[in-house]
Design a protein around this ligand. Structure first.
Ligand code: HEM
Ligand code: HEM
Length: 183
């Protein structure tokens, strides 16, 4: 689709890629090792071995407190991602002429990226609404925001699969171009 990636393209791509992978790590921790019921269970268990009894509610409260500093980084890096998103949109509009898909495979790729950015926009807006929006839409924003995991995993499978195929096929060197620009 593009024969070269400008420095701006590459910087924005890698900023977005690392930010999203980091955010996915915070989600993974929230849903697994640092999951509140799981941590609460450990607290109840280990404290009861010391003859200290706490209720499930108290344990969950502590578990959330333990999780909080970790998940705060989801939100910080989320703001950063929103900044990258805005810059990507601005530079995309500026560079519009350089996107010129020819083959049907390139058109498909372009649409995958368009749909991805539309969904990412929704994720960022609902994330900001959870944080700063009115209480009345809190639950709705949260429900929509949580769906992010599904499209993100689908996109990453497509993206990594597509890049692997391109690298093995007709677009050899595409990954180094995304790192070092045109060689
Ligand atoms: C870590 C390994 C990754 C590699 C090696 C990689 C590589 C590439 C390459 C070579 C392209 C250009 C493909 C083309 O011309 O169609 C590209 C584009 C793109 N990648 Fe990645 N990518 C990685 C991770 C990610 C992640 C984690 C995301 C976000 C979830 C992402 C989002 C995008 C997007 C949206 C584009 C379209 C162009 C743009 O907006 O910058 N990539 N990637
Ligand atoms: C402005 C940016 C963002 C803000 C303010 C934000 C905020 C939040 C908050 C407050 C939660 C917790 C919701 C709850 O209590 O259950 C959450 C969950 C989540 N966020 Fe974000 N987020 C942002 C960006 C993102 C991005 C870019 C992604 C995608 C990689 C993402 C993926 C998720 C997922 C999958 C969950 C659900 C975790 C679960 O099931 O418990 N967020 N986000």
């Amino acid at each position: 689709m593009k024969t070269s990636y400008t420095l701006t393209d590459r910087m924005l791509h890698w900023a977005l890629a690392f930010a999203i992978l980091f955010i996915l790590l915070t989600v993974f921790l929230r849903l697994n090792w640092m999951e509140k019921n799981h941590v609460a269970g450990i607290l109840i268990d280990k404290l009861s071995a010391l003859d200290i009894t706490i209720s499930k509610d108290q344990a969950i409260k502590i578990a959330k407190q333990i999780r909080k500093p970790m998940f705060d980084w989801h939100i910080y890096v989320g703001y950063f991602t929103a900044g990258v998103f805005v810059l990507r949109m601005l530079f995309h509009i500026k560079n519009k002429k350089s996107f010129s898909p020819v083959t049907s495979r390139e058109k498909f790729q372009l649409w995958v990226y368009r749909i991805f950015y539309a969904l990412l926009g929704t994720t960022l807006i609902t994330g900001l609404l959870i944080k700063f929006g009115p209480n009345s839409i809190h639950k709705l924003a949260e429900d929509i925001h949580k769906l992010t995991l599904y499209y993100m995993i689908a996109f990453l499978v497509l993206h990594f699969g597509g890049i692997l195929l391109a690298e093995l096929g007709s677009k050899k060197g595409i990954v180094s171009k995304m790192i070092g620009g045109e060689k």
